[in-house]
Design a protein around this ligand. Structure first.
Ligand code: 5GP
Length: 200
């Protein structure tokens, strides 16, 4: 247990842009990072584990979480609900971990209100066509859901200016290094130094 309070790191960007893969690589290399496991009403994809990738919940349970103030932020995305559980996040931050939130844009905007000092990173595809190809290749969506995600992605891409850092995910290794650098720079901010009550 340390006196240091962790920082919130938000990674956002359109579905299929590779946020999860970048995160996985960065987290493997930096064990002081934790992942905020979201609650979702979406069905689990093959290989996804409840409590690790997401908390898979019913719509009723999700609505209850909203009503009871259990979520720091939540949003509806492509017909499903997603939200960040508040308590586990606060616990990890108090334990000194830096916590990564992989969330869509509306949620990121809400986190800007509650954690204005968080680090906000937008992951950008090299082109819209590349994003389309990546989503198709992933093959996790029905054609209707896929069309909806692409339509949403177009709108999301227009919002990049709201974020502090933009990382273009062209070559994965470069994007991973860029994200590590952003986190490292975040830790060196004057506000972090002051927050952790370090003086001269
Ligand atoms: P997917 O269904 O592909 O796992 O996620 C769809 C979108 O929901 C992604 O952009 C992902 O970042 C976002 N998302 C995941 N968890 C949360 C959350 O807790 N809150 C919000 N607002 N978005 C989330």
């Amino acid at each position: 247990m340390t006196n240091k309070k962790g920082q919130v790191i938000v990674i956002t960007g359109p579905s299929g842009v590779g946020k999860g893969t970048i995160l996985k690589n960065v987290m493997e290399a930096d064990k002081s990072l934790c992942f905020s496991v979201s609650a979702t009403t979406r069905a689990a994809r093959p290989g996804e584990v409840d409590g690790v990738d997401y908390y898979f919940v019913t719509r009723e349970r999700f609505d209850e979480m909203v009503k009871d103030g259990e979520l720091l932020e939540y949003a509806e995305y492509s017909g499903n609900c997603y939200g960040t559980p508040r308590k586990p996040l606060e616990k990890l931050l108090n334990e000194g971990y830096d916590v990564i939130l992989d969330i869509e844009i509306q949620g990121a905007r809400n986190v800007m209100k509650t954690f204005p000092e968080a680090i906000f990173t937008f992951i950008m595809p090299p082109s819209f066509e590349t994003l389309e190809k990546r989503l198709l290749k992933r093959g996790t969506e029905t054609p209707e859901k896929m069309a909806l995600r692409l339509e949403t992605a177009k709108r999301e891409l227009e919002c990049f200016k709201e974020f502090q850092y933009i990382i273009v995910n062209d070559k994965l290794e470069d994007a991973v290094e860029d994200f590590k650098a952003v986190i490292r720079a975040g830790r060196c901010r004057c506000s972090e130094y002051i927050k952790n009550k370090r003086g001269i």
